[in-house]
Design a protein around this ligand. Sequence first.
Ligand SMILES: NC(=O)c1ccc[n+]([C@@H]2O[C@H](COP(=O)([O-])OP(=O)(O)OC[C@H]3O[C@@H](n4cnc5c(N)ncnc54)[C@H](OP(=O)(O)O)[C@@H]3O)[C@@H](O)[C@H]2O)c1
Length: 251
Amino acid sequence: MSDQDRLPVVFITGGARRIGADMARTFHQAGYRVIIHCHRSRREADALASQLNGERSRSCTAITADLNDEQALSTLGETALSCYQRVDVLVNNASSFYATPLASLTQTQWLDLMNSNARAGLFLAQQLAASLTVNGGSIVNLTDINVNRGMAGFSAYTMAKAALGAMTRSLARELAPHVRVNAVSPGAILWPEHVADDGSQDAEQARILAGIALGRLGTPADIARTVLFLARDAVYMTGQTIRVDGGRALS
Ligand SMILES: NC(=O)c1ccc[n+]([C@@H]2O[C@H](COP(=O)([O-])OP(=O)(O)OC[C@H]3O[C@@H](n4cnc5c(N)ncnc54)[C@H](OP(=O)(O)O)[C@@H]3O)[C@@H](O)[C@H]2O)c1
């Protein structure tokens, strides 16, 4: 077995872009091999994999699956395991996010939000539990501070993230003592991409910024560093959620 084959493996859902991509780079720099899951962003996933493989050969693989597709989800863990024959860290990061005002909420939206934010994490944990156990691994889930604050117009999304938070605590008990399960709860880090760039959101964004004690948005690196800490260093922590929100939850 080569030194490369001994390196731990992290599997990041929704890892092609934004915060997920930053986590991929952070874990890679920390000596992990990285499996990037993506759905629509295959081009970005391939570009990132190619960059990381350029830095260290055979250290990154991209795989594609729509988390709304029950069949694709049921084999995604197996596909991830086939990349390097092990997974040490599962990061449940993929997420659909959009407003669902109560009056117009549809069941299709509910399922879409639940599938990416909650169902996928649970069934990936099921499929990867054996490998995580053998490797003394860990799971890190990305939730959201708005679960506790409440968020008008986003009941389905916040309910899905609340389910992921509940899963964090239940699996922390169920998979102990071999697998630790924790969560990171970001505040405002990157504005959603589908928000109009025409100034119409300026007042709302100013209101959010005014409520952040540290007076600025967080960065993807703030989240990635905390996820790495939970996965690698926090060996006596399980069932925990760390808020990384610049103090927004204080207001
Ligand atoms: N950004 C923030 O300020 C913020 C605040 C609070 C919480 N968070 C949480 O932190 C995490 C990262 O945030 P982010 O803003 O970087 O996330 P994001 O860009 O909104 O979404 C991450 C990825 O999720 C994937 N995804 C969505 N639906 C999917 C589906 N049906 N099947 C497969 N993949 C799907 C997409 O992959 P493809 O592009 O490949 O389709 C997307 O790139 C998320 O869990 C988010 O909820 C973020």
